[in-house]
Design a protein around this ligand. Structure first.
Ligand SMILES: [Zn+2]
Length: 232
């Protein structure tokens, strides 16, 4: 594994399906890269309106709560901006409409690096996680082609993302040493209070254990693992 040159700040776009996906998937890496000077933006495809066990609370209400929680968590991590596309939770589809929007947004943000969900993880049950991962990758592939959604290229250049890091991967090949950033990740995770309820410590313990296991072979106290893809 290599560390990127901290002297050269990068633009990083994190694409998640739900509020809290970045904190569960790559929160410590985000905090570390933000501290190193990278400009980081979150793009969250739904607002997590199914994340509620109380039938008396309407989906719109919990979506509003969850967006606020995500914005607070992003602030803790040092993220520059958060944008929600507000697709219905649980019903995200990787179709041409999603690809068109994500291509347009990649051409707008011009990220050097995209962090996204690994859609190939075996037995990934959540349809939104599969759709968000494939949608992100298809848009990364399309955004640098002059022929893909050319109507977007009115005054905008195609954009080639240099690297993609997939989180929640079953086949990680890059580990970020996040030994100094696990507490920030936990603090950000706790911002998702509507999802944590009384489970915050149990989640934190599970994430700590997984990050410790990921770091063990490399001699790091904690690491987050990714599958890294080049796009050239
Ligand atoms: Zn999720």
């Amino acid at each position: 594994m290599t560390e990127h040159d901290a002297a050269e700040p990068r633009r990083v776009l994190v694409i998640g399906a739900h509020p809290d996906d970045p904190e569960f998937g790559c929160g410590a890496t985000v905090a570390k890269w933000a501290d190193q000077g990278d400009e980081i933006h979150f793009l969250i495809l739904t607002s997590g309106d199914q994340g509620n066990r109380d039938p008396s609370v309407p989906p719109g209400q919990i979506a509003h709560v969850r967006e606020t929680e995500q914005r607070t968590a992003a602030e803790v991590l040092g993220v520059r901006s958060v944008r929600f596309l507000r697709y219905p939770d649980g019903m995200l589809e990787n179709n041409l409409e999603l690809r068109r929007r994500l291509c347009g947004l990649i051409r707008y943000y011009r990220p050097d690096v995209v962090l996204a969900i690994d859609p190939w993880r075996a037995y990934q049950l959540h349809p939104d996680h599969r759709a968000a991962g494939f949608g992100a990758l298809d848009a990364v592939r399309g955004s640098h082609s002059w022929n893909m959604f050319p109507e977007q290229l009115n005054g905008v250049e195609p954009w080639r993302v240099k690297e993609v890091y997939l989180f929640w991967s079953g086949a990680p090949d890059y580990w970020e040493d996040v030994s100094d950033y696990m507490e920030r990740r936990m603090e950000a995770l706790r911002c998702h209070a509507s999802q944590m309820r009384d489970r915050a410590e149990a989640f934190a313990e599970r994430l700590r254990r997984a990050a410790a296991e990921s770091g063990e072979a490399l001699g790091f106290e904690y690491a987050e693992g990714f599958k890294r893809l080049g796009t050239g």
